[in-house]
Design a protein around this ligand. Structure first.
Ligand code: ATP
Length: 701
């Protein structure tokens, strides 16, 4: 939560302003600043603060505050700030028409507002005069009517301005959100998935702050400029000497206010960060409530949470102390200013140089000018620029995997896929080689199963194929062309992917199968579902129009839907990353049968990351991945028949591990052979050969 001081307000109790003040202040200050405000009252001076919620997620303080004395008070360096400011202004360009109208209305309402102190002064002089004169020879009723009309026109203009500015702001936010979302969707997966980009907070919170700041700055900034300049002009007109005196005091006070406001802002950011830590802790333990309860860990968790809460509380205490000093000292200096003006102004009144009404007007204009300057310096500009930096950084970020360049791949083009001397490290784990001199060629229509121990890099191979990442050495080619030369979307269009744990999105079964293919007809969707053995869909009362959210689908059903989704693309390459968890026998048969259908057509090049024997046995070729490279390659028969093959050893190890675990984890299978023969002993690896003719089910490596 961020408290920004928005204005030094008004004198009170002097010159009978107590009655007039609320109306004056309400007409002079934007309603947005008056709503949600807290009133701090000094001796005769009141201050308002508004409470802003700036972030939903914690940010590192380093992101928000740069080192150095001055930069402690600035959200970023001058060049970034300037460019961010320019971009924020550019965002407002499409709103030129409504904003111009709003500015016109603002000038009108400000003119009315700025006439108030002058009118009050004249009224005081009028009522305290022995021979009252109304300008232009109007009667008291006519003058009141004119004033009432002017105030009504000012109020209407203010209402129109507020509406137009707000709506423009909302449209700007909407545009900004769409652009930010689009930019996030085009970033490389690492940036978004690992939370590097803090994308969600930029999308929700920062865009709102920017939009709010655009309209608030335009609105308040212009209003503040009008208030300060017209106010100063009127003051010089009324008394140049008193105005000069006021000018000696106001700027230093304003600067003090600004700098102290920045300090408060920093403290608030730290509080925000600590609150983020606190909620992170709560989220973690509440989402793992079963484990917490099972281990009776509630007291420890409560203690840890208490520490986080105390941290927040301590920071809040600092903020409270700072706020107290801030509001006390600004209140004091405000009062001193007013007293100085009163003392000197009073002597001018007694000398007959100015009237009591003029002095009243002057005091009121002082308050207006002070408020105007305050709004100019302490408005949401800094917040907007800070948030803008984060949003524009994302908008202007070039994805590590470029999306818009390269040759468009002809969807009918077919050719072998080659991994040529590929070396790969994850960007987040530089120096840890996942693939090293990895070579693999998959011919057109060929099916290859990659096997290897967990963590050996099988899924990483698929990630490279899909260009979620690029290799650090070597290249991946399709039909002899480096896939980095191909336009990313056209390359990915050529690949159907069935991930380990297929994601189904909110919507119907049909929309899920047609994900990424919005123009697919119902017939095409049903054909793909048929090919992927999704017969269960036809059994549902609403069939393909069944909402996914209402269903509890088994792993096998999800995989078959994912296969249907992939097949609808008519891909040149199918990348299937098999789930490590076991499927029930029937599901596995249906998945395998769907895979068989694809393989029989021999149009699609298939790359399996395989765990189950039943899938491995279906591939025409098996490659063993060890130490980041292929150590063995051959048909199922060749590898199984070779007593020294790594594949045999690997499977024996896996099967042994499975058999030693089985008594403690699950009872021995009593499934009939037809529903999946269980290979339980290492020696039974021999039997796998037979499985080539009749691939087994439920066997995992
Ligand atoms: N996004 C990532 N960032 C950093 N390291 C990763 C990332 N994804 C995977 N790794 C690491 O890379 C290595 C290879 O992972 P990969 O998922 O490719 O192995 P795998 O053979 O498919 O494993 P499994 O059979 O368990 O799915 C592992 O050590 C893994 O922890």
């Amino acid at each position: 939560m961020l408290r920004v001081p928005v204005c030094t307000a008004s004198s009170r109790g002097i010159y009978s302003l107590a009655v007039l003040r609320p109306r004056c202040i309400h007409s002079i200050l934007p309603t947005s600043l008056i709503r949600n405000t807290r009133l701090f009252t000094g001796v005769g001076i009141s201050f308002r603060t508004r409470t802003y919620s700036t972030q939903s997620t914690p940010r590192k303080s380093s992101e928000l505050v740069k080192p150095g004395i001055l930069s402690r008070f600035l959200p970023s360096g001058p060049s970034v700030t300037a460019s961010s400011f320019r971009k924020i202004v550019a965002l407002a360009k499409p709103e030129r028409k409504p904003l111009t109208t709003a500015v016109g209305l603002l000038l009108l309402s400000s003119a009315v507002t700025m006439s108030i102190p002058f009118t009050i002064g004249k009224l005081i002089d009028f009522f305290s005069s022995v021979n009252p004169q109304i300008p232009l020879g109007l009667s008291i009723w006519q003058a009141s009517g004119v004033l009432l009309f002017l105030f009504s026109a000012g109020a209407a203009a203010n209402a129109g301005r507020t509406y137009l500015m707000r709506m423009s702001g909302q449209r700007i936010v909407a545009r900004l959100r769409e652009q930010t979302y689009s930019a996030a969707l085009h970033q490389e997966v690492e940036f978004v998935e690992r939370g590097e980009g803090d994308v969600l907070s930029r999308l929700s919170v920062d865009t709102t702050i920017v939009g709010e700041s655009v309209t608030q700055n335009l609105s308040d900034g212009l209003r503040a400029i009008v208030m300060s300049s017209v106010g100063l002009g009127a003051m010089f007109y009324l008394s140049p000497t008193l105005t000069t005196l006021m000018l000696c005091v106001v700027p230093p006070v304003s600067f003090g206010v600004v700098f102290y406001g920045r300090y408060l802002k920093r403290l608030s950011n730290r509080t925000q960060e600590a609150m983020g830590e606190m909620s992170k802790h709560a989220t973690e333990s509440l989402s793992a409530l079963r484990t917490v309860q099972a281990y009776n860990a509630q007291p420890q968790e409560e203690q840890k949470f208490h520490e986080k809460v105390t941290n927040v509380l301590n920071l809040a205490k600092k903020e409270a102390v700072a706020s107290g000093i801030f509001f006390g000292s600004t209140g004091w200096s405000g009062n001193v200013t007013i007293l100085a003006l009163l003392g000197y102004g009073g002597s001018l009144v007694s000398q007959g140089e100015i009237t009591v009404g003029d002095l009243t007007s002057l005091l009121l204009y002082t308050v207006y000018v002070g408020s105007g300057l305050q709004m100019l310096t302490c408005s949401s500009i800094m917040r907007g620029i800070g948030a803008g930096n984060r949003v524009f950084e994302l908008l202007g970020r070039e994805p590590a995997i470029p999306t818009n360049s390269g040759v468009v791949l002809d969807p009918h083009r077919r050719g072998p896929v080659r991994f040529e001397r590929v070396g790969f490290e994850y960007p987040s784990r530089r120096g840890v080689e996942i693939l090293n001199d990895f070579n693999l060629e998959i011919g057109v229509g060929e099916s290859v199963a990659i096997v290897g121990t967990s963590g050996s890099g099988k899924s990483s191979v698929q990630s490279l194929l899909l260009r979620y990442y690029d290799p650090v050495r070597g290249k991946v080619t399709f039909d002899g062309q480096d896939i980095r030369e191909l336009r990313l979307d056209s390359w990915r269009s050529a690949i159907g992917i069935v991930p380990q744990d297929p994601v189904l999105f909110t919507g119907t079964i049909a929309s899920n199968i047609a994900f990424g293919n919005p123009t697919a007809t119902r017939e095409q969707i049903e054909d793909a579902a048929r090919e992927a053995n999704c017969e269960f869909v036809w059994g549902m009362p609403k069939g393909f129009d069944t909402e996914i959210g209402r269903l509890s689908l088994s792993g096998g059903q999800r995989q078959r839907l994912a296969i249907a989704r992939a097949l609808l693309k008519k891909p040149a390459i199918l990348a299937l990353d098999e789930a490590t968890s076991a499927l029930d026998a029937n599901s596995e048969n249906r998945v395998n049968d769907a895979v068989d259908k694809i393989l029989r057509k021999r149009q699609t090049t298939c790359l399996f990351v395989a765990h189950r024997l039943s899938t491995i046995a279906r591939a025409e070729r098996i490659v063993v991945l060890e130490g980041g490279r292929i150590t063995e390659s051959g048909t199922y028969r060749q590898l199984v028949n070779d007593p020294s093959s790594r594949f045999r050893t690997l499977m024996a190890e896996q099967l042994h591990a499975a058999s030693t675990q089985r008594p403690t984890t699950s009872p021995p299978s009593r499934e009939p052979a037809s529903e999946g023969a269980e290979v339980t002993e290492p020696e039974e690896v021999e039997e796998v050969e037979a499985a080539k003719e009749s691939p087994p089910s439920n066997n995992k490596i």
